[in-house]
Structure formats: C-alpha cells, structure tokens
Design a protein around this ligand. Structure first.
Ligand SMILES: CCCCCCCCCC(=O)SCCNC(=O)CCNC(=O)[C@H](O)C(C)(C)COP(=O)(O)OP(=O)(O)OC[C@H]1O[C@@H](n2cnc3c(N)ncnc32)[C@H](O)[C@@H]1OP(=O)(O)O
Length: 177
C-alpha cells in the first residue's frame, strides 16, 4: 500500500512566522543537546543526524543506514527510523521558535530500507494550534520516486526549564576533555 496516512489538521490553525534567529536556508540546524540520541555528537550511541534548514518551515536531513541500525536481516529497524523522523520533525518545529516535545507519532513504512543505503528526509511544519504543532516528514531512497516512509507528528510547546527541572539530576553528562 505504501504511504497512506494523512494527518487530520484542526480547522483553527494559527498563522506562523519563522523565528528570526534560526539558521537560514541551507545552513545547519544547531544541535539542541550534545547528548541527544537523535543529533548529539557526544552521545555514545546515536543517529548524529545533520539537519539542514530549508525555506519557510522546512528542513532536510540525510542519514547513512549503518550496520548497528539493523532490525530484520539486512534492513533498518523500524524504531530507528521512527527516532530519525522524530528528530527531523522536532527540528522543523524549532523554525517557528517554539520548544517542543513529541506527544504523537504516526509512521508509514512503505519499503524495506537496506543497510548501506542513505536516507534523505524532508520535514515541514504544517500548522500550529495553541500549544500543538503539526509536522509531516518523508524519507526517500535513491532509485525510488515515491517516499519509502513517511511520518506525521504532533508536538507540544513546553517551558523548557520547567519541563526538565525534575530530571536533570539523572542526566548523562558528555565526557570531559
Ligand atoms: C527543544 C527542541 C527539541 C527539538 C528536537 C527534539 C526531537 C525529539 C523530541 C522527543 O522525542 S521528546 C520525548 C518524547 N516526548 C515526551 O517525553 C513528552 C511526554 N509528555 C509530556 O511531558 C506531556 O504530555 C506534555 C508536557 C507534552 C503535555 O502535558 P501538559 O499537561 O503540559 O499539557 P496537556 O496534557 O494539557 O496537553 C497540551 C495539549 O496537547 C494535547 N495532547 C497531549 N497529548 C497528546 C497526544 N498524545 N496526542 C494528541 N494531542 C495531545 C492536549 O490535548 C492539549 O491540547 P489542547 O491544548 O488543545 O487542549
């Protein structure tokens, strides 16, 4: 069947503006946490996604599909792909200047993704309604015109400091030096 979902958007979407301080089109998005599984460069295991700002409310990213990402023999694990979508879509939300966490993710897996391939992601913020931010993402592989996977996410605006207040004690720190 392939990619089939359409995210149901509320009727009361608000106008959005791109935050003036986010990277410009073609520039790398900033790593939001060096120990993040999705993008952190100090994380002992992680996707280390490089996300690039696009026009308007869009970002792109690429991800080499390496051996430790294996699920079934020779192909990516679905949870790894889900984590990549989560990170790419979270980064898209940053373009509107809103700190968010994920509350809902839907993934369509249309084709097996072989180890050794490189996935190309696009993601765009579709709209905002109150604290909720609606985002869509697609993943492409060379040799396929249609997306090989797609995702829809709902992210919710948080107060960054308050949200993580009770958890910082247990945080894993980046190695020093
Ligand atoms: C900082 C930038 C980072 C960018 C990249 C990051 C990428 C990776 C992002 C992640 O993976 S984050 C980790 C996974 N997510 C979490 O751990 C979030 C866990 N959930 C929570 O902590 C709370 O649910 C949350 C603080 C988000 C919301 O709780 P609240 O008590 O503040 O709000 P509430 O429950 O009233 O929900 C706010 C709105 O969201 C809606 N909502 C909540 N959960 C939902 C859900 N599951 N599906 C759809 N809508 C949902 C809810 O209906 C409501 O809509 P309305 O404002 O219209 O009433």
């Amino acid at each position: 069947m392939g990619v089939k979902h359409e995210l149901e958007l509320p009727a009361n979407l608000e106008p959005m503006t791109r935050h003036p301080k986010v990277p410009g089109p073609g520039e790398p998005m900033r790593v939001h946490h060096s120990m993040c599984f999705g993008c952190g460069l100090d994380a002992p295991v992680g996707l280390r996604l490089n996300v690039t700002a696009g026009e308007d409310f869009c970002v792109t990213a690429t991800m080499p599909v390496v051996d430790w990402m294996q699920g079934g023999p020779g192909v990516i694990h679905g949870g790894i792909l889900s984590a990549a979508f989560d990170e790419v879509m979270g980064n898209a939300s940053i373009l509107i200047g809103v700190p968010v966490v994920t509350v809902n993710l839907e993934i369509d897996y249309a084709k097996p993704i072989p180890l050794g391939s490189t996935l190309r992601f696009t993601a765009e913020v579709l709209g905002k309604s109150g604290r909720k931010v609606y985002v869509r993402s697609q993943a492409y592989l060379d040799g396929f015109e249609a997306p090989v996977a797609a995702a829809y996410g709902i992210f919710v605006e948080i107060n960054l400091r308050k949200h993580f207040e009770g958890y910082k004690e247990g945080a894993v720190k980046a190695p020093q030096g």
